[in-house]
Design a protein around this ligand. Structure first.
Ligand SMILES: Nc1ncnc2c1ncn2[C@@H]1O[C@H](COP(=O)(O)OP(=O)(O)OP(=O)(O)O)[C@@H](O)[C@H]1O
Ligand SMILES: N[C@@H](Cc1ccc(O)cc1)C(=O)O
Length: 454
């Protein structure tokens, strides 16, 4: 099951001596379960391993926080190791208490089912795009491993409670369950926790066991809030599987990506940067990374790109000579956009960004050229010439009319290349249009829309 990899891969796996070290250098690994030496030896010996990481369908899209542990998987995948990307169709019904202060509200079945389809497609796309990105940067690179997408509902739907308790119940020790931080912190609160959330770790533990037995997965990867769930799986496998002595299992966690105030980037905290192009275009993600603080550029290049550490170091030295030119941010934004949205989308976003933010270039472009470029970047918006400014803000920012008026009165609406501040509604926008067909609307410092007026 854990076959040796081809001769060509052997050399790359030998380099994998350095793979764990490299991932640590990249800041992608925070904790590693014992036996650490086993994993080192496995990789040094040229063995292919299989790793998995899961995400629950608690939203219709993955977000940038989820990408951090997925980057560990991608690093292994492009170097010839196999990966399983799992969506928690079953676990999503129960709700993971990890890292949460309060209980989750129940989600309707139809919403969850829609989310499952979307998340699975996104996981597949992440690895497809990630591989193409790797091959574009390293044309002589390794032969990738295999990627399989799973939904844990496929095995959970057939498991019966009585059978499960009789077979596995005695091996799941409640002292260990109580000892996990996701449980302890919630028991201290006045609301306690429901039995569903208390049992969540058992479900994820069994997933790991199932994937170990059925598919030869030996390493589970997650964000650091998953440490308890991952070690619960390792405990279960060690107690139940007779093969565990010979073929040990391990776990790796990535540090949690946090905001400047130390809050985890994610759905629960309500600050997630979603990857669904319907929510954030390639250009939005480009802009997000282009706006990275100088202090974070090197860290993000190591986490969110596959550029070599040497290339990153050289780029950072260049950046530090004249930080105001933002060469580090430009590289970061271009690379991440290419990785997440497809090779070429970084360059298109860079062009769009220059047009939107650099006045001189922008002035030379006609309305038709703007329409073509923004259409290609899939961020061209449409509005009617009979729409007022408030109508347009409501449309592009998905807000209410009163919010749109508030944005105007607060002075955060700017029009045209010249960035004319407009503080009141305008019913006839013709004097702001480029070639009588394109409106450039800026909301605050970060959001800029190019709108085709028909
Ligand atoms: N900010 C983050 N940094 C690193 N990893 C993260 C971050 N947010 C989520 N992850 C990881 O992504 C994987 C999937 O997480 P999940 O789908 O539950 O997202 P989430 O934002 O943590 O959701 P929720 O807030 O609903 O718990 C897990 O391994 C989780 O640890
Ligand atoms: N518990 C993980 C998702 C997950 C679900 C099932 C698993 O087997 C693994 C991971 C989270 O909420 O982030």
């Amino acid at each position: 099951m854990l076959g040796r990899i081809s001769k060509r891969l052997l050399s790359s796996a030998k380099e994998a001596t350095g793979l764990l070290a490299e991932l640590k250098h990249r800041g992608l690994i925070l904790q590693m379960a014992q036996p650490e030496q086993w994993l080192h030896d496995k990789l040094n010996g040229g063995h292919k391993i299989k790793l998995y990481c899961g995400a629950d369908p608690t939203a219709k899209s993955l977000h940038l926080g989820n990408v951090v542990p997925l980057m560990i998987l991608l690093n292994f995948y492009v170097r010839g190791h196999d990966v399983v990307a799992l969506v928690g169709g079953a676990t999503g019904r129960v709700g993971d208490p990890s890292g949460r202060k309060t209980e989750r509200t129940a989600m309707n079945d139809d919403v969850r089912l829609r989310n499952i389809v979307k998340i699975q497609a996104q996981l597949q796309k992440f690895f497809d795009n990630g591989l193409k990105y790797y091959q574009s940067r390293f044309p002589q690179g390794e032969i990738p491993g295999k990627i399989v997408c799973e939904d844990n509902f496929h095995w959970w739907k057939d498991i019966r409670l009585l059978d499960f308790l009789a077979e596995y119940g005695r091996h799941i020790r409640i002292q260990s369950m109580f000892g996990r931080s996701s449980i302890g912190s919630r028991l201290e609160g006045k609301d306690g926790m429901g039995f569903n959330e208390f049992t969540y770790q058992i479900l994820q533990a069994y997933d790991f066991y199932h994937l170990y037995e059925e598919q030869g997965v030996t390493v589970q990867v997650g964000g650091n809030d998953q440490w308890g769930n991952i070690t619960a799986g390792i405990d279960l496998i060690n107690r139940v599987s007779p093969r565990a002595q010979k073929i040990p299992v391990s776990g790796l966690t990535a540090p949690l990506l946090t905001t400047a105030s130390g809050e985890k980037f994610g759905k629960s905290a309500g600050n997630a940067v979603f990857l669904d192009p319907e929510i954030n275009s390639a250009f939005d993600i480009f802009q997000f990374f282009y706006n990275t603080e100088d202090a974070d550029v090197s860290r993000f290049l190591k986490i969110f790109t596959l550029l070599s550490l040497d290339t990153i170091e050289a780029a950072m030295q260049q950046h530090m000579l004249s930080p105001h030119l933002r060469s580090g941010q430009t590289l970061l934004a271009r690379e991440v956009t290419d990785l997440l949205f497809g090779v070429g989308s970084g360059d298109t976003s860079l062009k769009v960004s220059k047009i939107v933010f650099e006045k001189d270039t922008a002035d030379q472009l006609s309305g038709d050229e703007l329409i073509k470029l923004f259409d290609k970047a899939k961020i061209l918006r449409n509005a009617s010439k009979s729409d007022s400014l408030v109508d347009i803000i409501v449309k592009v920012a998905s807000c209410s009319k009163s919010e749109a008026r508030r944005k105007l009165s607060q002075g955060s609406i700017f029009l045209d290349f010249s960035r004319t501040k407009v503080t009141q509604d305008v019913s006839d926008l013709s004097k702001y249009l480029i070639d009588d067909k394109v409106l450039i609307l800026r909301i605050g410092k970060q959001k800029c829309y190019v709108i085709k007026m028909q």
